[in-house]
Design a protein around this ligand. Sequence first.
Ligand code: ZN
Length: 276
Amino acid sequence: MKPSWVGIAMCAAGCSVSGLASAQTPVQSAEVTVTRLECGTSAAPADVARFSDTFAYDGLKVQLVFSCYLIKHGSDYLVWDAGNPVGNTPTAPKTSLTDLLAKLNVPVEQVKYLGISHYHGDHTGQASQFPKATLLIGKGDWDALTDPKPAQGVNPAPLAPWISGGGKVEAVTGDRRDVFGDGTVVVLTMPGHTPGHTSLLVKLKEKGSVLLSGDLAHFHENYDGNGVPSFNTNRADSLASIDRFKQIAKNLKATVIIQHDARDVSKLPAFPAAAR
Ligand SMILES: [Zn+2]
């Protein structure tokens, strides 16, 4: 009997395992949305000189904000960044992430993933509100957080539920992690600000591709001029990441959202509305 090499060859071109009919079927149909969550209270425009190691921003003041995001994928949710902690500090958010989610009728238990762009305290502050979520974090940052002697600026406390072994962790390696396996929500490895810094790509049906920066850049001038903050962990990696990020943005015609820049807040609908 001859082997059915014809079927095998056709399947290599994209059919399903069970037959040859589904080559034209869309890969995914889960509804994907993005909602911005206020994750800190901003004071007046801040002096941003320290965000350049070439004295590019001396005298410049920028209104910074703190942003988290809720990504809906079908009936699953991913929270991207956990912002400042609630409490009495000047930048503490007025409403906790849990309370914001309650206003959207999203139970905390439905948050399957907590994606953290990097280990700085204004991105991890409310992480412990989601101890059942799988933590998605760049391998370089995870290694820094779990080092017996964490370096300066590395603050493991907010991620204690995972570091202690109580929560599931997926440390992102390679250039990306396709979270739901259909290409709609992708963690992009963008090292430099920290060793395992990541950004997030979300592909929406109506709005198209959206890129959430993490701290790849902190404000427009920083992004436009390839500025490297003096406190980044690696200058060469920072420049390589910003170059890659810009090429991705161009190729996908993406909406770029610099998470800390107040001028980018209006690129998404105001809470509780979501971009689709
Ligand atoms: Zn940062």
